[in-house]
Design a protein around this ligand. Sequence first.
Ligand SMILES: [Zn+2]
Length: 276
Amino acid sequence: MRQPSLIKHVPPAEDALAPPGLAARLHHRIARHVPVSPFQAVGVPTVSFSFDDAPVSAATTGAALMEEHDARATFYVAGGLLGVQDLHWRVIGGEDVVDLHARGHEIGCHSHSHVRADSMTGDRIEADILRNRDVLKTLEPSLPLENFAYPFGHANLTWKLRLRRHFRSSRGIWPDVNQGRTDAQYLNAVPLIDRELDEGGIDRAFDRAARGGGWVIFYSHDVAARPSDYGCSPGLLRHALRAAGRFGLRVETVSNALARMSGRISCLWLMLIPLA
Ligand SMILES: [Zn+2]
């Protein structure tokens, strides 16, 4: 039976990038269905909260709300955006990255340039990924930097195979629970974004994870009373944190959740898939 959708069906935000071309969409679809680091996402129902680009409000209001609930989030940071003011928010600076890490939050990686996967090919991909790691490691050498999120959620097989060399996981934005056989280089993520998700959608995701021992990963950006089209209100975040307790879900960073499940990565698949 087809599962009910978790999210609202809304048109793209007004300032969203033009959609990728047909070939890029096809490559993304293939990437979604061809696993390169499969594992079984089963066990204790879990939820992770992630904030892409790390706007200041995510590091202040968002992180404070997480800490009030004795929980920590994962911030996917693009070094090229640090300190930048864009249309919707100001991105945190280097000292804030170090502070979040010191408070127990996880720092993950975007690419440095934050371009969509279809606009970068070949060795430039790896150069961009490594540049981002270098920028962040310069801020704080002890940052583990184990996990990645695709800018704009767009992936292809070339990116997946290159990312596998450097990261334990890569996260997209396909809005579903990670359950059963899952690809660590293409983790699903549900938008914790007021425009796309309501409290009912959160509860449906948690119900699905609680029944099947699955893993919900939320992604968001800014956290504000009037969030951007890409962010969430404190009320929606608070509802998710409270509902996690009600549904019996553990709240963990992506790194900690993955560490618990990594023993289940299928060695057979890893042997069958050659290194890129
Ligand atoms: Zn981003």
